[in-house]
Design a protein around this ligand. Structure first.
Ligand SMILES: [Mn+2]
Length: 324
């Protein structure tokens, strides 16, 4: 028989295949993105398998594929609850796979990522980047700032990552450098979920610490984000350790007392209407994960962000058609 699927009598009926038996090579089974061919994708997913800048437990280089694999759980829902439309009715997404670099030479990651992101952004595309440790946000923000100017940062994390010491490739100093290099608009940036030490007398960003978030809830968080960001172009950087280790054990530097996944999803979902140019989701470390809890949280947050972009496009087209 010539048909490989049916040669052994086990032809797969797609309608009856188990969730985990589906193809998991790309995030959400989106089509693959090839830089050499034309693509109508408005958003490109990129995995950044880099963990040479982490101070704690390594392993986030395996994060992108863990997130992709966990996203297989989410594919079946054509119209994701609680949204009222299908994502691909409003947004085309493609997955560029994992960025290549010379693994012992971190500067090649910096160069390749700035080039890759720069090309996508120049082509008018948005990006969803899957880390990798948090260092990857710095080359990304350089590419974004070149295209958009300084961005309002909406940053979820247990740590401020604004430490001024550290090494050249360091996942705890990136937002110090981002301020120094003028990549972010400090007056319109906000950090959410912080619960480790920082210099409160001399800090560039507004902080909603984890205890405040847990006491006040997602609606109050969104009000503060909207007040801070206003109509600035904004960038979401989500370190999965912003979540409590209950919801995200698989990460390099977990800190007790964090956000619930429910709160984080409500806040991301509530960003509709903001001028969002991109997102990174970093620090998922499958080596310390259990039952894919962390990878699934990462995949779900990333997918919600795509729905927010789709909802923004949908709003724009509804407004246009209403005005006709
Ligand atoms: Mn962190």
């Amino acid at each position: 028989m010539s048909d490989a699927n049916s040669s052994n009598g086990t032809q797969i009926n797609e309608a009856h295949s188990a969730i985990y038996a589906t193809q998991t090579s790309t995030f959400m089974q989106f089509p693959a993105y090839h830089p050499q061919s034309a693509s109508d994708a408005g958003v490109v997913v990129t995995g950044i398998p880099f963990d040479l800048a982490c101070s704690g437990r390594s392993g986030t280089r395996l994060g992108p594929n863990a997130i992709r694999q966990a996203s297989a759980n989410l594919v079946w829902e054509g119209i994701r609850w609680p949204w009222e439309f299908a994502l691909d009715d409003h947004l085309k997404v493609a997955d560029a796979g994992d960025l290549a670099f010379r693994y012992g030479e971190p500067q090649t990651l910096v160069d390749n990522l700035e080039t890759h992101a720069g090309r996508l952004l120049e082509a008018g595309k948005r990006m969803l980047s899957l880390g990798g440790d948090h260092f990857v946000s710095l080359p990304l923000l350089r590419a974004y700032a070149r295209r958009h100017g300084p961005l309002a940062l909406i940053h979820f994390d247990a740590h401020t990552d604004t430490y001024s010491g550290g090494t050249k490739y360091d996942h705890g100093t990136i937002f110090h450098h981002a301020v120094q290099e003028g990549l972010v608009d400090r007056d319109h940036s906000i950090q959410i979920g912080i619960r480790t030490t920082y210099d409160r007398q001399n800090h560039p960003f507004e902080v909603l610490d984890a205890a405040w978030v847990n006491d006040h809830g997602p609606a109050a968080v969104l009000e503060r984000i909207r007040r801070r960001v206003g109509d600035c172009k904004s960038y979401v950087s989500f370190d999965i350790d912003g979540l409590d280790p209950t919801y995200a054990p698989g990460t390099g530097t977990p800190v007790s007392g964090g956000l619930t996944i429910d709160c984080a999803l409500k806040v991301i979902r509530g960003l509709v209407g903001l001028e969002l140019v991109g997102m990174d989701l970093v620090e998922v470390n499958p080596a310390y994960d259990h039952a894919d809890i962390t990878a699934l949280a990462g995949a779900t947050l990333a997918l919600e962000f795509l729905y927010v972009l789709a909802a923004n496009k949908r709003r724009t087209s509804l407004i246009k058609s209403a005005g006709r």
